[in-house]
Design a protein around this ligand. Structure first.
Ligand code: 5GP
Length: 186
């Protein structure tokens, strides 16, 4: 895999800004769900790093579960609206306060599909928490209750978000210079 510094156009959100904002989001969640019980649902794989850091600041009693969605065709960098659940929840969500934790909302197709599906399972409440929102790219409206950052229309990576499955481990969010990125040749 190519060294990321060769295609990093710029750092969009650094580690300090990410961690500060995540602490603020957790405080909003602590406030809104005070005295209640919560179920966090991580959307794999992009939401993992965000979810783990977020939940360490959540003081409301909570359980977690995961769900995997495939929405992009192989090699594509834009959602085609063709959303599929590839790994479903292991828990029953009926009667529970459910908070979906996702890395990024782009067209909105993925979250919209997840919301539609989970709402049929009768949760007590169902909300969305996203780290990044590319608002100008929205094709379907989605209610976002908690949003870390609104970002411009660019392909970003790091902090859970991949470039061909690599670099999810980076502690910051960077913009990919697609002209300099050679693709994964592994
Ligand atoms: P949507 O269905 O809203 O168009 O797309 C949401 C999904 O697309 C996200 O969960 C994420 O996996 C992927 N995605 C959208 N924009 C980006 C991006 O800039 N970088 C990366 N790595 N993934 C993205």
């Amino acid at each position: 895999m190519q060294e990321y510094r060769e295609f990093l156009a710029k750092t969009l959100i650094d580690e300090t800004a990410l961690q500060n904002r995540i602490r603020e989001l957790a405080e909003e969640i602590n406030h809104d769900y005070a005295g209640q019980d919560l179920m966090l649902i991580c959307i794999l794989r992009g939401g993992v790093v965000f979810m783990v850091d977020l939940m360490r600041h959540i003081r409301v009693p909570h359980v977690m579960d995961c769900m995997a969605i495939s929405s992009y065709g192989v090699g594509a960098r834009a959602s085609n609206g063709n959303v599929r659940v590839t790994y479903d929840l292991q828990n029953n969500i009926a009667g529970r306060n459910v908070l979906i934790v996702e890395d990024i909302v782009d067209s909105g197709h993925t979250i919209s599909h997840v919301l539609e599906m989970l709402s049929t399972r009768n949760p007590k409440s169902l909300k969305v928490c996203v780290l990044l929102d590319k608002k100008e790219r929205r094709e379907v409206p989605v209610p976002v209750a908690y949003c870390g950052f609104e970002i411009p229309n660019a392909y970003v990576f790091g902090y859970g978000l991949d470039i061909d499955e690599y670099y999810r481990n980076l502690p910051f969010i960077g913009i990919v210079d697609l002209e300099k990125y050679k693709g994964n040749t592994e």
